[in-house]
Design a protein around this ligand. Sequence first.
Ligand SMILES: [Zn+2]
Length: 343
Amino acid sequence: MEELLKQIENYKAEINDFAAANAEELENFRIKFLGTKGIVKNVMGEMRNVPNESKKEFGQILNAFKIAAEEKYESLKEANSSLTTHHSPLTDLSLPGDPITAGTRHPLSIVRNQMVSIFKRLGFAVAEGPEIEDDWHNFTALNLPENHPARDMQDTFYLHQNPDYLLRTHTSSVQARIMEKQKPPIRIICPGRVYRNETISARAHCFFHQAEGLYVDENVSFADLKQTLYFFVQEMFGKDAKIRFRPSYFPFTEPSAEMDISCTVCGGKGCSLCKHTGWVEILGCGMVHPKMLDNFGIDSNKYTGFAFGMGVERICQLKYRVNDLRLYSQNDIRFLRQFTGAV
Ligand SMILES: [Zn+2]
């Protein structure tokens, strides 16, 4: 015991006097004192031979010894490394830096941004709203009667009933919120995520993205609707794209129409994408139902408006030939990397 204490004092003196001339000497110091078979470990091992009543006192001495060795090593290492960084010829500052890999935009973001930018040029402003909606903004205000199939529990994710809160099934709820607080003229485009209780497959998903437009002012006619959408299609798909309208039904528009564009693959000759018709459906539209304007206190005798809505995934499918909806949310980097450079 006495002998061991004496030995520790000797080691301490050696540590104090030690000075490393280079990295190799410092490393030798580390191995000698702090290595797995080093002196510190060795001395610590002597602890088991110490009688119980002296264990506490001896433990403190050993601990101080260990800290002294570690601190000496750390301070020498720091001094040594500042020496090497300042004087070592091994650092070549002219070497090129590590390359930074640029990420890619998600295809849906690319298409949504393109859509928004086209409508912005026509004076449409972007409007956004909450994804958790109440019944009034998602259904009732939009002239969706209580027995409408869209309200079916099969289609809608309800979060709470009486009062009803749900995940919005379309971005038309944003139109409702804007008409509630803004007087005409209203000219908005509402991009956003919507939810339906659907079985996930290549052609259906429980969430997808829409962009809906609304224009309410005096003397807005169906001709304005046609020209606006024709401009959009030509900007999105090129000057050769043609459009056609087919009569349809939506509760919030009257008259209502679905719009097709000439097939982006075959140009109208017929192929599997257009099911050999030469046309593909891209959106629904119509003149805003007067009852909807009245719901928001907008005089339907003075004002008219048009609305349209389309799926961002659908436009993306036609533009980039993505044929499986699931690809958009699987985060498969092989899919996403194909959009490198697209903006
Ligand atoms: Zn075709």
